[in-house]
Ligand binder design. Structure first.
Ligand SMILES: Nc1nc2c(ncn2[C@@H]2O[C@H](COP(=O)(O)OP(=O)(O)OP(=O)(O)O)[C@@H](O)[C@H]2O)c(=O)[nH]1
Length: 388
């Protein structure tokens, strides 16, 4: 199965929520016509170019999270340029929900509904229900409506327009973790308990190792013995040393020791796990600040990245986590985990729209290779259920 196919399958809960919602919206007041009837979008607007068949080689493998080592001189990875929304009107691929239920329609018919205030409101509600957030949902629907109000649209056409809007919002934030010439490059990993920090560190360590980098991990959540053990398991899997300290000891002193070891080993990267006890923010803030203070005794430019790991299944709560952690630490980028099996994948669009923080990677499973570079176009297609 192609990479796109896998991502779509993993984002199935969100995409089927959007697909089913769109089916019902268009069925509700739409009219069925012959599939070869020119649609309202293509009648009045420039015809889209034929979408070429994707080259199998280009999509068969997930893109690695590790960026091309060439841009090492530059501190910033090159952001991709936002692409203007296109009036793509893909052909109707399958009957709507009602059609599927009663099984009466075939590929020769397509249902289109006139885009009016009611339909716009239903679209807004659907996007809000997919965790895109109110502001983003309103902006996306307004952009879709611009120049198309009063025209007839099919589900496939709306999906295409929606995917274009989502990709446009996501393009500027899709940036791999920047690699610096600094040795060790210190990556501080923060996030609430259970968001997937340990798992993400394991996956990252494995990918860096596979890219020929030497890595040291520091098990900075010294308050939970289970967290330390879990990190050791991931370290073994990735073939990377994990520095630990006795339960309850000072994470900052562990971070200092880890810095010393990483320097002595000439390691390329030091990944530091941290505790995520948000119940006591003052303590956590002090703990993170102390970790930063001690590692700066060794390298005043460290940490070079502060990664906030967010759990997609928490939906809108991810937005308040970003706000909180931006106050606790100088967050430089995001990793969104558990995008597989959630109906809340739309929160990534809300995050990009609201904060504009780089999204370095997405977690799509519990296995070591289930961390992928964030590809806005693939994500938009998978989220909306647009066929490849
Ligand atoms: N399905 C899925 N599960 C994930 C993903 N990432 C992490 N998990 C699971 O989420 C759970 C919590 O992950 P951890 O890595 O332990 O989270 P943590 O933030 O380190 O948690 P604490 O150690 O309690 O702070 C584990 O059961 C992981 O297997 C993902 O991308 N997809």
């Amino acid at each position: 199965m192609s990479f796109f196919g896998k991502l779509k399958q993993r984002l199935m809960k969100t995409s089927s929520r959007i697909e089913d919602g769109l089916d019902s919206i268009v069925e509700d007041g739409g009219e069925t016509e012959a599939a070869d009837t020119p649609d309202a979008v293509s009648q009045d607007l420039p015809q889209p170019e034929a979408v070429p068949e994707p080259e199998p080689a280009a999509v068969s493998e997930p893109a690695p999270v590790i960026p091309d080592p060439k841009p090492e001189q530059s501190a910033e990875s090159t952001p991709s340029q936002p692409k203007p929304s296109q009036d793509t009107a893909p052909a109707e691929a399958k009957p709507g929900l009602l059609g599927r239920i009663i099984g009466r329609k075939d590929a020769k018919t397509v249902t289109r509904r006139v885009l009016d205030d009611d339909m716009l409101e239903q679209l807004e509600e659907l996007l809000i229900a997919s965790d895109m957030g109110v502001d983003t949902a309103l902006r996306v629907t307004a952009n879709i409506a611009e120049g198309r109000f009063g025209r007839k649209l099919s589900v496939a056409e709306i999906k295409g327009l929606l995917a274009d809007e989502i990709a446009r919002i996501m393009n500027p934030v899709a940036k791999p973790l920047p690699i610096y010439p600094k040795k060790p490059q210190v990556v501080l990993v923060v996030g609430v308990n259970g968001s997937g920090k340990t798992t993400t560190i394991g996956k990252l360590a494995s990918q860096f190792r596979a890219a020929g980098k030497s890595v040291v991990i520091a098990a900075g959540d010294t308050f939970r013995a289970a967290a330390v053990e879990q990190l050791q398991v991931w370290g073994d899997r990735a073939g990377v040393p994990v520095l630990t300290a006795p339960e309850g000891s000072d994470p900052a002193s562990l971070a200092f020791d880890a810095m010393t070891k990483a320097e002595a080993d000439g390691a390329d990267l030091l990944l530091i796990d941290t505790a995520g006890r948000l119940q006591n923010r003052a303590d956590l803030m002090e703990e993170l600040a102390k970790i930063v203070r001690v590692i700066r005794k060794k390298d005043e430019t460290a940490p070079h990245n502060t990664l906030l790991v967010l759990d997609a299944t928490t939906g809108q709560n991810a937005l308040s986590q970003v706000e909180t952690f931006q106050k606790l630490a100088d967050v430089s980028g995001l990793v969104m985990t558990k995008l597989d099996g959630t109906a809340k994948g739309g929160v990534l669009v809300a995050l990009a729209d609201k904060f504009g923080l780089p999204i370095h990677a997405i977690g799509v499973g519990e296995q070591i290779d289930d961390l992928q570079a964030f590809d806005p176009e693939e994500f938009a297609k998978a989220l909306t259920g647009l066929d490849a």
